[in-house]
Design a protein around this ligand. Sequence first.
Ligand SMILES: [Mn+2]
Length: 335
Amino acid sequence: MKTQLESSDKIALIAHQNPDTDAIASLVSLKKLIESNYQGKVVDIFAQADKLDEIFKPILKEDILNVQRVESYDLAVGLDSPNTKRFGVYEDIFLKAKDSVQIDHHDTNEQFAHNNIVYLTSSTAEIIYMLAKLLGLEISNGICRAVYAGMVTDTANFTQGNRRKSTINVLNDFYDRKLELEKISEFFFKNNSISKNMLLERAIHSMKFYFNGGLVVMKLNKQDFSETGAKAGEEEGIVNQGINTKGVNIACIFIKRDNNLYYVSLRGKGGANVANIASHFGGGGHETMAAFTYQGNLCDIKADFFKTCREELKTCKDIAPDDTLIFDDSKEITK
Ligand SMILES: [Mn+2]
């Protein structure tokens, strides 16, 4: 990647469509890293977004998405995306660039670039920080804050998703810099609007439990958004309400974006790998967090969806009914 960066003057950074905070944070932090460490390079950032979420504003600041300043690029950098399809309308920019590299943390990654940097950790932003350190680049506090935003959101405040030793090491670096990270956590996790609470109420109301309570399905439609005044993006995290339920191994929420167009977000626990379910329907993600988009009638996906969930539930470790077992270290002592 060092050689690729050094030998390219025009660089396109492309993240997945319907970008989340990690995608935006990755675009911004890598753009700033390249611009502040290499002279005279054009770095444009792309992510197809129907409507840009308000929460991205403090990360994006003066950086503008989706403005192509040159006709073609020497290097395309794919970010936070398991395949090129997920680049949406910007897939062509990626495919037409002379050289390509990608940075991703999804275990469903399809190794689609010339150079694939795929590491299963908290976030793509975390990998960017680690790479910057390896390359000996200068990293500003602003970049660290953007990286932290990606890490904290992709792990739901470090409670799920991939967390590695490297994650802790990066946090250690940040701790030394005294970045007031708690403020960033508060911005993402203690900042719910009233409309989001009303949306949550509707999602909880829609909860249906299947397979002895192992699967919970929630639904939100366009009306739920318009009637509560909730904006697109405010559904983020609502699915956690399902997986936080005792006995639930798979939680999912069907969000109707348009006629016959659904965004389906999944959470798993106790060994249920929801990435398997997502990839069955053309999406991707991690064992505990995954998503896919479904175009069609709900009646047509129902049977296949329940069958796939059932298969995955079968692989679950039985959660011990006695919760104290989680804290029991006697096994290790006798080993
Ligand atoms: Mn991510």
